[in-house]
Design a binder for this molecule. Structure first.
Ligand SMILES: CC1=C(CCC(=O)O)c2cc3nc(cc4[nH]c(cc5[nH]c(cc1n2)c(C)c5CCC(=O)O)c(CCC(=O)O)c4C)C(CCC(=O)O)=C3C
Ligand SMILES: [Fe+2]
Length: 375
């Protein structure tokens, strides 16, 4: 047996994800859950519903999370980390509130959360924290003592997140016809968000335009491109581009869109492209539809050979990274000096989100941060 790893003071890990429909009848109620109070045009919702129906109403995200749960539990067991792992979602079953209730009933008092989002931003961080606060409030209203909940730092620059993506890009390049491989461009993609949300995702004074959201993605793109160059001996042009824009057209969102970028590449005589969805932890509908269906069709129309690289998903190196982050945070909570693993120049992200970090349009209580109403 390996030497036991210490996760004290934590007594459970919560895998907190977005959730997705598991059949055609789930699609509308799921979209209603996601968009409640968010002012998304009906036309856009119909369009997104259509994407889900193309896949029989089943989002890939749930099976991805089941697979991740399995590798996390195996990794923890193999390395003597005695920490139960639970799963709850923001927008579909198993719902976060039900999972937290179950955790409280199991006597879990100090919970560490892994959100399936690697970067800063309202959508990728505070919104999850608001949902945690809401769920804790519900438990309180039911007369239960709410457990204390913390959240792991943003893991975008952890080697266990970056390295599987490097391998993914190498595999996608290897899958291109040999004569266009060296001339392939790399298009790193992430979810577009409103420019205003990007600018408040982490100080613009520190991170430049687009705030922490853009700076963290640029860092990962740069790290992956550099590692790919080192491994192939070929320097390829790369760019960070965006996908899956929603919201009203008059509100500025991060650009360029992947499809516009493909057109530009085609017009500029690029030989091929690898699309690398670094903004997504696993194969979400945004990856399967917006890239594999829509962007792939655009590339075909342009006669541009294109491949999409794999997301991290349930890669064992990612599970090992989560173990590393759990042990690191637990030690920090016990007041020990810790080594924080992070590639590149931005350094490890904060353990505790500062007051007012990645604010919402309308302020709501958020747990697991310096401004949490819960201890
Ligand atoms: C940054 C970001 C991530 C990455 C971080 C993270 O992973 O959390 C993410 C993930 C996801 N987004 C998802 C689905 C949706 N997101 C929507 C809407 C929106 N997303 C936004 C941002 C993000 N979203 C934003 C600014 C909106 C506009 C409305 C608003 O301001 O809130 C809508 C409404 C329809 C539409 O407009 O597209 C849907 C259906 C799914 C599940 C997919 C599946 O089923 O596999 C996942 C993983
Ligand atoms: Fe989204």
């Amino acid at each position: 047996m390996p030497e036991a790893l210490d996760s004290a003071p934590y007594d459970a890990l919560l895998l907190l994800s977005f959730g997705g429909p598991e059949g055609p009848d789930d699609v509308i109620p799921f979209l209603e859950n996601v968009t409640r109070g968010r002012g998304i045009p009906t036309e856009r919702l119909k369009e997104v519903g259509r994407h889900y129906y193309l896949f029989d109403g089943v989002s890939p995200i749930n099976d991805q999370n089941r697979a991740l749960l399995e590798v996390l539990r195996k990794d923890f067991a193999d390395h003597g980390l005695d920490l139960p792992v639970y799963w709850g979602n923001r927008n579909w079953s198993p719902y976060l509130t039900d999972t937290l209730r179950e955790m409280a009933a199991d006597g879990r008092r100090r919970i560490l959360t892994l959100a399936t989002s690697a970067y800063a931003s309202y959508s990728g961080c505070r919104q999850y924290r608001e949902n945690l606060a809401e769920a804790l409030r519900t438990l309180e209203d039911e007369g239960l003592e709410p457990p204390r909940v913390d959240k792991l730092r943003h893991f975008f620059n952890h080697p266990g997140f970056v390295e599987p993506m490097v391998d993914g890009v190498l595999a996608a390049l290897a899958d291109l016809p040999a004569d266009v491989r060296d001339g392939a461009h790399l298009a790193f993609t992430t979810h577009s968000i409103p420019e205003a949300a990007a600018d408040t995702s982490g100080p613009v004074e520190e991170h430049g335009e687009g705030g922490a959201y853009v700076a963290q993605h640029l860092e990962v793109a740069r790290l992956v491109a550099a590692a790919v160059q080192e491994r192939t001996g070929v320097e390829r042009p790369w760019r960070l581009v965006y996908q899956s824009r929603s919201g009203a057209p008059h509100i500025p969102w991060l650009e360029p869109d992947i499809c516009d970028h493909l057109e530009e590449l085609g017009a500029g005589g690029a030989q091929a492209v690898v699309m690398a969805p670094i903004g997504f932890v696993s194969d979400h509908m945004e990856v399967r539809y917006d890239l594999d269906t829509e962007a792939a069709a655009k590339a075909a129309e342009l006669g541009l050979p294109a491949r999409r690289s794999a997301t991290v998903g349930a890669d064992p190196r990612f599970a090992a990274a989560v173990r590393d982050l759990v042990v690191e945070r637990a030690a920090a909570e016990r007041g020990l000096a810790v080594r924080r693993c992070a590639l590149g120049g931005l350094g490890p992200s904060h353990d505790v989100c500062p007051v007012g970090c990645c604010p919402a349009r309308a302020p709501k209580p958020a747990a697991a941060g310096a401004d949490s109403p819960y201890a």
